[in-house]
Write a protein that binds this ligand. Structure first.
Ligand code: SAH
Length: 352
């Protein structure tokens, strides 16, 4: 697995490290152990214990001197507690994870032939309130910190006893409302956990100015943008925040993102029967994306209780795909996994 460094390695990190320790680099940990009067190499041991041995308490690191272990036993690593685990017939596992302040988030582990993908949450709840998404129905509580994002990946990796190959930031929450923690966790997943940048995907519904800002970091990750409609009027009906963010502005920021990062954008488009799945809407979508380095991911709607949208038939979905293909738009259909465990896209609400 390639692990391209996310930023240049800086061996002179001298900033104060405030626990929880998870999300810290080997340099930060080395500095931290030296502050405790220990030799620098214990930083590497600590790093290995946290990221690769799955230790949950510093008291359990047996290579450390006994007395020091006792002294640092109460320093938090930042691991969650698994409250519930639901296994779907397709092998997808949904986890309800308890955080230090007793908040609960959802994480999903999605195994496939050669991959293990983790879908991570970035917030407790979500303030965006998209009409078709269960997460938004429960409101918003707070942003996650970087250790809480990295923990989700380690939790799934340890449970499957298999290396995580891909991470998608598509769980609860809007990642670009929590840019600092998202960037810090991307860096840690890349450099500390060892997942290649190109195997990391951040999905956003779009926050004015933030895609442009995100582009400045010039990452090689994949940006996914939740478009869901081919015009402003329809998009506003689904996504309340779109009222303050014209589609033209969103697409312009996406164009800038592609120019700066040279990475194509993945556009997500939920398919709702009779609402946004007509062939003429596919044509309108193709027009929006003409000349754009992009890929369209169609997501057939996964039912949630509160609203009565319907998933289109396979024929309707295929007809939509055909129009896009005729228009030379790269497209795939993503049938979500884990439907019956309520682990599929849009179904995450921190409940069983
Ligand atoms: N807030 C970010 C991250 C969530 S990603 C974003 O909006 O992109 C979750 C993906 O699943 C998004 O594309 C979202 O629009 C989609 N989704 C939400 N509810 C869904 C549902 N009921 N069925 C299918 N996809 C859904």
């Amino acid at each position: 697995m390639s692990a391209t460094p996310l930023v240049s390695q800086d061996n002179s990190v001298k900033s104060e490290l405030t626990p929880p320790l998870l999300g810290a680099s080997v340099e930060e940990l080395s500095f931290w152990v030296q502050q405790q009067g220990q030799p620098a190499y214990r930083g590497k041991q600590l790093h290995d214990s946290i990221y690769h041995q799955g230790v949950r308490s510093l008291a359990d690191i047996s290579v450390f001197p006994k007395q020091w272990r006792a002294e640092i036993a109460a320093v938090p690593i930042g691991r969650s507690t698994t409250h519930h685990r639901a296994v779907a017939a397709d092998g997808t596992i949904k986890y309800l994870l308890g955080l230090a302040d007793n908040q609960i988030i959802e994480t999903v582990g999605i195994p496939s032939a050669k991959r293990l993908t983790v879908c991570v949450s970035t917030q407790v709840g979500c303030p965006m309130a998209c009409d078709f998404c269960a997460t938004g129905k429960g409101g918003y509580t707070r942003n996650l910190q970087k250790h809480e994002i990295v923990d989700q990946v380690l939790t799934v990796q340890e449970d499957f006893q298999q290396r995580v190959t891909h991470v998608v930031f598509m769980g609860m929450g809007e990642p670009l409302l929590n840019t600092d923690s998202v960037l810090a966790s991307l860096k840690s997943l890349n450099q500390d956990v060892g997942i290649g940048q190109r195997s990391l995907t951040v999905s956003t519904v779009g926050i004015p100015g933030r895609i442009r800002q995100f582009a400045q970091h010039n990452l090689q990750i994949t940006l996914a943008v939740s478009l869901h409609a081919p015009n402003q009027a329809l998009r506003e009906q689904l996504i309340p925040s779109a009222r303050r963010y014209p589609l033209g502005d969103l697409l312009n920021e996406c164009r800038e993102y592609v120019e700066i990062t040279k990475r194509r954008i993945s556009f997500e488009y939920i398919l709702l029967a009779g609402f946004n799945d007509l062939p003429e809407q596919a044509l309108e979508l193709a027009k929006c994306l003409r000349g754009f380095q992009s890929h369209v991911n169609l997501i057939p709607y996964n039912p949630i209780q509160e609203v009565d949208y319907k998933r289109p038939s396979r024929d309707r979905i295929q007809a939509f795909v055909n129009v896009l293909k005729q228009e030379k738009i790269a497209v795939s259909v993503r049938y979500s996994r884990g439907l019956e465990a309520h682990a599929a896209c849009g179904q995450l609400r921190a409940g069983k």
